[in-house]
Design a protein around this ligand. Structure first.
Ligand code: NAD
Length: 499
């Protein structure tokens, strides 16, 4: 049995707590490795090393820091196949999807190559007589991030690339479900020229997270994961005086107007609802056709497409549409919610409950499901299912559809499919959701924009990546400077306006 490590001070270090978690191959259901769960002392050791390494890294000029990012991009491309294979083996997603996971992280690293421009600061010459004023963006010091299982390459990079480009040290606590790729990324960063101790990976669970939340040296915490944990981390981190940003769960609605291109809408729903087995925070989990006639046409288009979906292990080739879910517990949770949908009166149009794959009977596969006639009081509507389950809620009008999305507690992403520019524009302006697609089903913004939801999908003020990341990972210091013209003018003791 492979025993994974932490990555502390530039070395692979064995866990010393004596506690481990199982890492599965979700396609076979086998335990393929054990990951150590760090103790408070192991976190303290990593923080001590980071605090020693950070000042020299902060003093390295931004262009040199950017060159490390540039070299890292080259190494990611060099090792793309290896990273994707390791990712698929622990997560279960298909190889093309795993490459997308690495690629979307890589693009944020590319953006961070522009750090020298983004960190330039502001300067006012002659803000008063002989007085200049300038604002600097300085790193916070030692920063930390806690990441979810569903994007084990992308989300760590969304955090550590801007943190490091700004001159911080960063401690990553990745998901204990798929920790191998984060360890590989830390190794690659060092190969790219990052000094030892500036980026460390400490594996663990709640104990490690709590140790980060309470350590006085840690200046900021970034979190991505489920909403209850996001809420806990935000509250605790803020109470301990840290800068915190937390991104939580989602229930993303796609509104289909009667004038939409129904083939396009159905294709979009298939990819956005079932891709990555629905384990994406930007997955569409609710289809909202406007009018019964639209709903009937949509269901008619969806059913044959769903029945054609190919579910299988990542090793079965590139035509597999999606793989297993991450753990047996995740599968049980999904099946429990599906049963609740049936019990509460939704119509299960496509029932994937008896799905089984020869040779992979112990894998955590869940067949695709489609519900119709879902209502807002049902658990399958209220809760995030995070599985290959699409719910259809029929709306009587556009107003009813937009209000449905507005009233849901989550506000990560949403989409509208229509040929009417006026409806699309109204939707984009009024909706209280952070990321909006117009005839685009998964509107994940690119690296140079920012990523973030509204409502219970986010806790904190700034989004991930783009310019917001450079605000989150720096503090502004403003200097007012005067070089006295000489002692001939004498001292001044009154508080003066700069006139
Ligand atoms: P999770 O909340 O279970 O775990 C996330 C991280 O928190 C992991 O590193 C885990 O070890 C840690 N953690 C778990 N329980 C904890 C506890 N009690 N105390 C402290 N730390 C704890 O989430 P997950 O299952 O890994 O990921 C799926 C969730 O993440 C979904 O809800 C999904 O919507 C969300 N997500 C959101 C975004 C976004 O940008 N909004 C992106 C990706 C995933």
């Amino acid at each position: 049995m492979q025993e994974l490590t932490h990555y502390i001070g530039g070395e692979h270090v064995k866990g010393t707590s004596g506690r481990f978690a199982d890492v599965y191959n979700p396609a076979t259901g086998e335990v393929q490795a054990k990951v150590p769960l760090a103790s408070t002392d192991e976190i303290a050791k990593a923080v001590e090393i980071a605090a020693k390494a950070q000042p020299a890294w902060a003093a390295t000029n931004p262009q040199r820091r950017a060159r490390v990012m540039m070299a890292f991009v080259g190494l990611l491309n060099r090792d793309m196949d290896k990273l994707a294979e390791a990712l698929s083996r622990e997560h279960g997603k298909t190889l093309p999807d795993a490459k997308g996971d690495v690629q979307r992280g890589l693009e944020v690293v590319e953006y961070c190559i522009g750090a020298p421009e983004l960190l330039k600061g502001e300067y006012t010459d002659s803000a008063g007589p002989g007085i200049d004023m300038y604002s600097m963006k300085q790193p916070l010091g030692v920063t930390a991030g806690i990441t979810p299982f569903n994007f084990p390459a992308m989300i760590p990079m969304w955090m550590f690339a801007p943190a490091l480009a700004c001159g911080n040290a960063f401690i990553l606590k990745p998901s204990e479900r798929d920790p191998s790729v984060p360890l590989m990324l830390a190794e690659l960063m060092e190969e790219a020229g990052l000094p030892k101790g500036v980026l460390q990976v400490v594996n663990g669970d709640k104990e490690a997270v709590d140790a980060l939340l309470h350590h006085p040296v840690i200046q900021s915490i970034g979190f991505v994961g489920s909403t209850p944990i996001a809420e806990y981390i935000y509250g605790t981190g803020c109470a301990n005086g840290k800068r915190v940003q937390c991104f939580g769960g989602a229930k993303n609605h796609m509104i289909i107007m009667p004038d939409a291109d129904m083939d396009q809408a159905a294709d979009a729903l298939i990819g956005a609802g079932y891709g990555a087995a629905g384990e994406r925070c930007m997955a569409i989990s609710v289809a909202v056709p406007v009018g019964d006639e639209t709903a009937d046409r949509l269901i008619e288009k969806l059913v044959p497409r769903i029945e054609k979906l190919k579910v299988g292990p990542y090793t079965a080739g590139d035509d597999v549409d999606y793989g297993p879910v991450v753990t047996a517990a995740a599968k049980q949770n999904i099946l429990g919610l599906i049963q609740s949908g049936v019990d509460q009166g939704a119509k299960l149009v496509v029932d994937g409950r008896d799905f089984s794959l020869q040779g992979y009977e112990d894998g955590f596969f869940v067949g695709p499901h489609l519900f119709d006639h879902v209502t807002p009081d049902m658990d399958i509507y209220k809760k995030e299912i995070f599985g290959p389950v699409l719910s259809t809620v029929r709306a009587g009008s556009y107003e009813e559809a937009i209000n449905l999305a507005m009233d849901h507690e989550y506000g990560n992403g949403t989409a509208i499919f229509t040929r009417d520019g006026d409806a699309a524009r109204d939707f984009a302006n009024r909706i209280n959701i952070g990321m909006v697609g117009i005839n685009v089903p998964i509107p994940v913004p690119l690296a140079y924009h920012t990523f973030g939801g509204w409502k219970k999908s986010v806790f904190g003020d700034l989004n991930q990546h783009g310019p917001d990341a450079f605000k989150f990972y720096t503090r502004t210091k403003t200097v007012t400077s005067r070089w006295p013209s000489g002692i001939k003018e004498g001292g001044e003791f009154n508080f003066k306006a700069m006139d």
